[in-house]
Design a protein. Structure first.
Length: 268
């Protein structure tokens, strides 16, 4: 019986790996603003404060932030298409936070980097922040964090440091997405359980006030629900409980508040 020759073993080369992609390069356009001065000597840069512009267009915001008469500025502006403008060098003090408090510090311009993110805001038609814009914000934040020792608990919004007068960047801003990229804090496993169970009396609110203060908010240690505490609760909700901005210490807010305070207590 004649043996059939074995078919030749065909060696299939492994597929070539996909071409290696370089990490994204952050392209920054310089648009110098005259509105800055020297930082206080010996003060660390340990805070990153995010704002929305709250104006009808990016150009309106850039015009104002570079107008000497306005006496306001930020270190960066991020347009909705992801374009990043640098207005003030990071080693200088930009004038973006105004009267502000966080973790026992005041006048935060001296110790912070400020980013203005283009959005009409609550006054001119508040809307979602586009994907390209949020990607640029994330890249910019990571670059800043690589240059300064800013702890996650100090990546905050303008409304966090000035809750009695500011709402930005607001409840539509993707704080959770930033935290997933290593920027700031977001509590996991803290689902929203609704707006029932709001507490208002001084005794029951004492631990709520203490938790808000531990996170960094300026809040009186005692007292029933009052306009000042309601403002702080709204600021907390815009950052960490955007499902419902009630200004109340309700069940959903208390769950998130406990979760964030645990993150802060762990040294984040």
């Amino acid at each position: 019986m004649t043996q059939r020759p074995r078919p030749a073993l065909r060696i299939v080369p492994p597929p070539e790996p996909p071409p290696r992609r370089d990490p994204p390069i952050l392209l920054v356009r310089d648009l110098p603003s005259p509105n800055h001065d020297a930082r206080p000597e010996g003060t660390p840069v340990d805070m990153l404060i995010l704002h929305y512009t709250g104006m009808k267009s990016c150009q309106d915001a850039l015009d104002r932030l570079t107008d000497p008469a306005a006496q306001v500025s930020s270190h960066y502006v991020v347009d909705e298409d992801g374009t990043v403008y640098r207005l003030v060098p990071e080693e200088r003090r930009a004038w973006h936070a105004g009267v502000s408090h966080w973790r026992g510090h005041a006048a935060l311009n001296g110790r912070s980097i400020g980013i203005e993110i283009v959005n009409p805001g609550h006054e001119w038609g508040y809307r979602d922040f586009p994907v390209m814009q949020m990607a640029a914000v994330a890249d910019l934040c990571l670059a800043i964090l690589s240059r300064h020792l800013i702890p996650p608990r100090n990546v905050i919004g303008h409304s966090d440091v000035a809750p009695d007068r500011k709402e930005d960047p607001g409840e539509r801003f993707d704080w959770e997405g930033l935290a997933l990229n290593g920027i700031g804090l977001w509590p996991e496993d803290a689902p929203d359980i609704g707006t029932t169970g709001a507490i208002r009396d001084a005794a029951t609110l004492r631990p709520v006030r203490a938790a808000l203060a531990a996170i960094g908010y300026r809040v009186a240690p005692e007292g029933p629900l009052d306009p000042a505490l309601a403002s702080v609760l709204r600021a907390f909700q815009r950052h960490w409980r955007p499902e419902a901005i009630t200004g109340q210490a309700d069940d959903g807010t208390l769950v998130r508040l406990l979760a964030v305070s645990k993150l802060v207590g762990s040294g984040s």
